[in-house]
Design a protein around this ligand. Structure first.
Ligand code: SAH
Length: 251
């Protein structure tokens, strides 16, 4: 008997950001597959499904493991944070179905979208992504660094707002500084920047700053950075809160 595989986006953290469709998939699952911290986000599922915890780097292996379980007739949910199609597990699963064992093509496959870190962070700061924007991962673990540089330069030269995922980690200490240098070639020092850490999680911290002050801000794997375009603006409200927006009109 062939089972079902659902790749679910949990949103950035808070369960309020997890869709009813995702919640329903979790409730009917016989098995949950995912990276430990993401599985921990759903430790309250009742009745408790079997849990299969993986290291974050083993995406292809995790996808095949989940498809093998589904091929045996189980109702498997692979969990991702944010949206599963944005630098997350949906690609590995769809690729495994497209290129892997014939049995995988018989599995009933569904991808359930989630709120991605970029839009969750943008909402906290106002509307920085209100006009054309692009998302870019600064991680050179799976992608050569020259490709990162070329895409980032092209995006800022084309005046997109840019949301930077995976800005830095213990193993990638210098990449963010180099990315900031590239942005400075095309953007004014006063360009608004949103640095959002742990959005929708305990300890959430949002910083609105400017490109010239970015050297003083530390970033890590729990942080997303939104770089404004030439038209992005920032202001303080009467409560001392900073807001950022990118107008949809010109002149
Ligand atoms: N699929 C996820 C992204 C996975 S890549 C999504 O759609 O959101 C992991 C990167 O996403 C992190 O390094 C960070 O840059 C960003 N990220 C994910 N969740 C976040 C959160 N709650 N707060 C800030 N950044 C987050």
């Amino acid at each position: 008997m062939t089972g079902r595989l659902t790749v679910v986006g949990l949103g950035p953290g808070d369960r309020a950001y997890c869709s009813p469709e995702a919640t329903a998939a979790l409730a009917r699952a016989t098995d949950l597959v995912g990276y430990g911290p993401y599985l921990a986000m759903v430790d309250d599922v009742d009745p408790p499904p079997a849990r299969h915890e993986f290291d974050n780097r083993e995406e292809a292996q995790r996808a095949r493991f989940a498809l093998d379980l589904a091929s045996e007739g189980r109702d498997v949910v692979v969990v991702s944070s944010g949206d599963p199609g944005v630098f997350a597990m949906a690609t590995a699963v769809v690729e495994a179905v497209g290129t892997g064992d014939d049995r995988y093509r018989a599995v009933e496959l569904q991808i359930v979208p989630g709120i991605t870190a970029a839009t969750a962070a943008a909402a906290r700061a106002g509307a920085p992504l209100g006009h054309d924007f692009c998302v870019l991962s600064l991680s050179d673990v799976l992608k050569p660094w020259p490709v990162v540089e070329q895409r980032l330069s092209a995006a800022v030269a084309a005046d997109f707002v840019v949301a930077l995922y995976n800005p830095a980690s213990r193993h990638r200490p210098w990449q963010f500084g180099r990315a900031v240098e590239l942005v400075r070639e095309h953007r004014k020092p006063g360009t608004p920047i949103v640095v959002a850490r742990d959005v929708g999680r305990p300890g959430e911290h949002i910083t609105v700053t400017t490109l010239d002050a970015l050297d003083d801000v530390s970033v890590d794997m729990r942080t997303i950075v939104i770089v404004g375009s030439s038209t992005t603006r920032a202001f303080h409200d009467g409560n001392g809160r900073d807001w950022v927006y990118t107008p949809r009109t010109y002149g």
